[in-house]
Design a binder for this molecule. Structure first.
Ligand code: AQP
Length: 353
């Protein structure tokens, strides 16, 4: 067991409209964790320029994601809400991690392969180094837990590899400076400077799939808006998208096992279960054997009732951008205090005067 104080960190990129996948896979978990942990929630604007450099309104997008955090129920007084670029130590630690991580590790990242596509030589160096900046985001605060969707699992494993290599390579220096924290690594009890962060990937909606293709992740960058439900969609748009969602011609199965091999049905049942906070088996007990024409309107009603309060509150918050900027500035100051303390020790460990 780690003896680092439990602390949660997670981030969302300001790359477009937040969708139901981001909400169920990440933001709703952020809200729940506030009860039990100290949390830092970050709009990771430096990440958003890795795949596409020029954005029409990056600052506006950053405010909009912040508004979504607050509207969903994140308490910016009790916890820390900020945007990444306000705390320059993220980029500073990422540079050190670029020298810890190996090129082979980065080349294996499936998100890099997906986003770089066929023309890898033309991808930005930032896109390749993305996981090293993500490790810096987390480890700058020596966060012990990171709530994320399933797509981020590999990046979290890499974060642990970076922490472990840093701890090993500098073990003598960490011990000499008295900066080691005891922790359990497998069978061994060791001292390390960075914790081996645990991903929190659980619940019925760790990977919400596209409404147009049950084998593809719901994503902000999908060119078809019909593939996702945005947090900003109104009741009519939500109902229309669910009505048009791809399904197979059969009624819903009578058992959860019957969802196997039916990705679209599995996705819609998973979304229903997550929104209603009920097990899938419960949903199947109610709708098994019924046609999609009956299930879809119930799902649309549920989605509207879950998302409407968030989108209404989001619009209210967005109408006062100066207040959002105040929240981010205050959060940035509080985050920076922790970041500076970590960097002071990291510099001493590495030997940077
Ligand atoms: N479909 C999803 N199901 C469950 N969780 C998801 N997340 C993203 N998509 C799903 C989780 O949301 C958090 C924020 O994601 P992000 O914006 O930082 O990056 P992303 O994973 O790249 O999100 P998108 O929507 O897929 O963006 P694009 O299209 O730009 O790639 C993360 O915790 C993520 O796991």
């Amino acid at each position: 067991m780690s003896e680092f104080a439990p602390r949660v960190f997670s981030g969302v990129q300001p790359t477009g409209n937040l969708h139901l996948g981001n909400y169920l896979g990440a933001i709703r978990k952020f809200v729940a964790l506030q009860e039990s942990h100290d949390c830092l929630y970050c709009v990771v604007d430096l990440h958003s320029i890795t795949a596409q450099l020029v954005h029409e309104d990056l600052a506006g997008q950053t405010r909009s994601i912040t508004a979504a955090f607050l509207a969903a129920g994140i308490d910016a007084d009790k916890h820390i809400v900020f945007n990444q670029s306000r705390v320059p130590e993220h980029a500073e630690l990422a540079w050190i991690f670029n020298c810890v991580a190996r090129i082979g590790w980065m080349n294996r990242m499936t998100q890099f392969k997906d986003k770089a596509g066929k023309d890898r030589e033309n991808a930005s160096l930032g896109l390749l180094a993305y996981p090293s900046l993500m490790a810096a985001d987390i480890l700058l605060y020596r966060a012990t837990h990171v709530p994320v969707g399933d797509d981020q699992k590999q990046h979290l494993e890499l974060t642990r590899d970076i922490a472990q290599k840093f701890n090993n390579d500098f073990s003598a220096k960490i011990a000499a400076l008295g900066l080691g924290v005891p922790m359990q690594v497998g069978e061994e009890r060791v001292d390390g400077f960075f914790p081996l962060t645990e991903p929190l990937i659980e619940g019925p909606a760790t990977r919400v799939m596209s409404l147009k293709d049950g084998t593809k992740k719901m994503s902000k960058s999908d060119p078809s808006d019909l593939s996702r439900i945005n947090l900003t969609d109104d009741a009519d748009q939500i109902a229309r998208k669910i009505r048009k969602a791809k399904t197979d011609p059969n009624p819903l199965p009578e058992t959860v096992e019957g969802l196997k091999g039916r990705p679209e049905a599995e996705n819609l049942v998973g979304i229903f279960a997550a929104l209603a906070d009920r097990p899938r088996a419960d949903v199947i007990a109610e709708y098994g054997g019924k046609p999609f024409s009956e299930f879809k309107p119930a799902l649309a009603d549920l989605a509207v009732s879950a998302l409407a309060p968030v989108s209404t509150e989001m619009r209210r918050i967005e109408s006062d951008p100066a207040e959002i900027d105040r929240v981010l500035a205050k959060g940035g100051e509080r985050a920076r205090e922790i970041a500076l303390a970590t960097m002071k020790d990291v510099k001493a460990i590495v030997g940077l005067l």
